[in-house]
Design a protein around this ligand. Sequence first.
Ligand code: TRP
Length: 475
Amino acid sequence: QSSKKKIGQCVQAINSTLILTSKQNKKGSHTQILIKKAEIDAAVQLLLKLKVDYKQMTGQDYKAGCPPSENLIVSNNGPAADDCDGEDLVDPWNVSASSTKGVDYDKLIVRFGSSKIDKELLERIEKVSGQRAHHFLRRGIFFSHRDMHQILDAYEKHKSFYLYTGRGPSSEAMHVGHLIPFIFTKWLQDVFDIPLVIQMTDDEKYLWKDLTLEECHRFTVENAKDIIACGFDVNKTFIFSDLDYMGASPQFYRNVVKVQKHVTFNQVKGIFGFTDSDCIGKISFPAIQAAPSFSSSFPQIFGGKKDVPCLIPCAIDQDPYFRMTRDVAPRIGLLKPALLHSTFFPALQGAQTKMSASDPNSSIFLTDTPKQIKNKVNKHAFSGGKDTVEEHRKYGGNTEVDVSFLYLTFFLEDDEKLEKIKEDYTSGALLTGELKKILIETLQPMIAQHQERRKQVTDEMVQQFMTPRPLNFKF
Ligand code: TRP
């Protein structure tokens, strides 16, 4: 509104300057005309800038005397990257919380317009799958969803679904946080006995990072080995590199193009915060992350069926992609994917930000030795304990901000043990060093076992997982 007013004023200023100039032109001196010309140039510059502002705000070109129409910014829930008012910043590229307790996930549910995974949904998942809910569900690590009830309704009527998740292969080094969606997806695949597609977005990493295409593709293959080491069933799982599959699958590319036709630049600007200086590859990339949500993108698996529902387990920072996907799906005659969202895996330094592979001290890597794990936890894991043993014994520690405790909620499956640790730490009976020791002794065998399984993954196995082929499942 104020920008429009400013533009109006500016247009008026230009008009009157022009009139003035033409009047003075007849009898004015040469210098006067030069001054006027400088004023006009400045006014024109200002006008152009205001027009750009106006377009950014309304998504429409400025036309004098023509107010902007109502269909303005288009993202359903406002921009994802919304860091005003001391709020948490959460988008596919940044996570930072304003509190040491980390991101306020309840607020995020409201802001993103998703639904909380409540007790009722947990019970339904248990009833329909016939299994106790995974501890990631019980402990609120997967905490939010979209349309999960619909998936369960259909499954109860013997209408099956498929899983879709992915990974951006930005380096060879994966850390334990990267495993969370895959560990959970493996559980879903097992309990529901359904096919899974895993997108490796090497194209995305090429567009966003300073890496060559060859590097990104190599990281896809290396990361695929870590993913396979999570235990996925080769008969039910298709892993694909965008760089390979986009060109090899006409049906996949057709879905990409359909999405591209139905999302405007203005919409992706609103959802992802792209600007005029982002390369066009980035601007069209969301269509490529959307396409695997549609079963018709995989004719070798679904025989051309368009209506197999899709469930996407992912970290909540990926939600903007799927808000966009759910928004276009009905407009291109396809089903909206359902989602299960996880919280972030906190950095060693604290829950204000997530683990990042680019900061070696913030992460426990899947390649770390037992000694490295021990050192990193002891040196860098943010403690919720008190400064001295005396104080700690007296007042107890705070498990809400203690990174070692938080990691145990991810990896210590035994509920009773975890509860006991919580009690003892809070009362002061358990010291920070002792808590760290429990974490170290949980992580060391877990990572050693992962390394062992990864060693068993041969190039032929990767090849097998990555070959487009029918999968085994009964619908
Ligand atoms: N963009 C994701 C990343 O950078 C990768 C990804 C692609 C993904 N498709 C997905 C993640 C589906 C979760 C679900 O890691």
